[in-house]
Design a protein around this ligand. Structure first.
Ligand SMILES: Nc1ncnc2c1ncn2[C@@H]1O[C@H](COP(=O)(O)OP(=O)(O)OP(=O)(O)O)[C@@H](O)[C@H]1O
Length: 415
């Protein structure tokens, strides 16, 4: 948990120095700097902004660097400085470190913001990141495999882009990369599939809380990005000509995806045509005269914007109890020494900090109430932003000692 947060020269936040609590509400008008405050915490945790990749976009105008510093409740300190010349300086307990994942482990953050609301409709990257966030924090072996896979993929893609006809030497090089990719791919898939399976019941529970009307209707599926019944290497070899034409690698872990399906057997709302339209597999259509038809399609096509926000919130929040429960299990397994794929943590894992931007947007009072009560049940520190102080009575209902901050033109004061 963050006890003290200091920010300098990040967007309109010139100097911020605040002492935070388990629940922190940041209130302010449009453009006052609320999201920038969450962005600062996210930057410290992940080494990048959730809004812009280029540091010069979030470093305050006419400044050379943006800095975020936090002291956690275990007295450890974390700091990041992003400089305009693209240099990043990271510190843990005043000592320079060179790997962002060290800070990520110390300060895991889970972000729910309006930009993630299109996650269901957009390309697969943000949905894949959703799963990978969980796998990263739960499986020690995942990150090095993922880094090695990305490195080889980059090399492969740059070769594919360079030339449509490979020399014998280039082909031999590509084959050796494919072997490496294939080995990493199998492990990455193994970790992802395992965590995905563990995650599903937590997701169902979260839906039952946040979207009870859809409890039986929403389900998740995981697509590995390639046919996992055979080695990736074999498939890459078979597809080489196509990849050369395209100039990039079309299959692999980097194409993995998570889908949320909506399923209904409500015959009264449907027609024969609806059933044909939405069922990709005609064999799964049932005879309308004998049984109720099963409709299955992407949840994004069915839900309202508010419902989508609750669904995405459920996807994210459902990861927290799994992570927190896993910590207990890890501890027990670690003692027995029976874990086949040990987690990185023999000591207690840091509890994630939840960043919730614009909490009231798209949600009605009932939904906000359910969301806050769900959040308050988790032992996580929360930073939430809101345009108005209308949510304060609810916050007081669910947290015993919340802190309220007011942001005005980049200056943050305790309410
Ligand atoms: N690099 C920068 N340097 C200085 N100011 C910046 C920079 N980038 C953005 N700003 C300003 O910082 C302010 C804070 O923006 P922020 O998105 O944090 O506001 P907000 O309170 O979340 O607003 P909203 O409620 O509209 O989402 C904006 O007025 C913006 O113009």
């Amino acid at each position: 948990m963050i006890e003290r947060l200091q920010i300098s020269h990040l967007r309109n936040l010139t100097q911020v120095n605040l002492q935070s609590a388990a629940c922190n509400v940041i209130i302010g008008a449009n453009g006052s700097g609320k999201t920038s405050l969450l962005e600062a915490i996210f930057l410290l945790s992940r080494g990048k902004s959730f809004r812009h990749h280029q540091p010069k976009r979030y470093i305050q105008h006419h400044q050379n660097a943006a800095t975020v510093h936090a002291r956690l409740n275990d007295s450890s300190t974390l700091a990041i400085q992003k400089q305009a010349n693209a240099t990043t300086v990271l510190r843990l307990n005043q000592t320079t470190v060179y790997n962002q994942s060290i800070l990520t482990e110390q300060l895991p953050t889970l972000l729910i913001d309006p930009s993630t609301m299109d996650m269901l409709e957009q390309g697969s990257a943000s949905r894949r990141q959703l799963l990978d966030w969980l796998v990263f924090h739960m499986k020690q072996g995942f990150h090095p495999q993922w880094v090695a896979y990305q490195r080889l993929l980059k090399q492969r893609n740059s070769l594919l882009k360079k030339s449509r006809h490979l020399t014998q030497v280039q082909l031999a090089e590509l084959k050796s990369w494919d072997k490496g990719l294939s080995n990493h791919a199998a492990l990455i898939h193994h970790y992802r599939e395992r965590i995905f399976t563990e995650w599903q019941p937590y997701f169902a529970e979260s839906i039952a809380q946040l979207l009870p009307a859809y409890a039986e209707k929403l389900s998740l599926s995981y697509n590995a990005g390639y046919d996992t019944s055979m080695a990736l290497e074999v498939q890459l070899n078979e597809r080489l000509e196509q990849d050369l034409q395209l100039g990039y690698t079309r299959i692999g872990n980097h194409r993995a995806d998570i889908h949320v399906h909506w399923r209904s057997s409500d015959v009264a709302q449907t027609t024969n045509d609806d059933v044909k339209d939405v069922n990709s597999n005609p064999a799964s259509n049932t005879d309308l005269n004998t049984k109720l038809p099963i409709l299955k399609e992407q949840a994004a096509n069915v839900l309202s914007r508010g419902e989508k926000k609750l669904l995405i919130t459920a996807l994210r929040l459902s990861q927290l109890p799994l992570l927190l429960n896993d910590e207990k299990t890890t501890f027990a397994i670690g003692k027995d020494g029976n874990s086949d794929v040990p987690n990185r943590h023999t000591k207690s894992r840091a509890t994630p900090v939840v960043l919730l931007d614009d909490i009231t947007a798209e949600l009605d009072d009932r939904a906000i109430d359910i969301l806050l009560s769900t959040l308050a049940q988790l032992p996580c520190q929360v930073f939430m932003t809101s345009l108005t102080d209308g949510i304060l009575p609810l916050v007081h209902r669910y947290w015993s000692d919340p802190k309220m901050f007011h942001v005005k033109q980049g200056s943050v004061t305790l309410l």
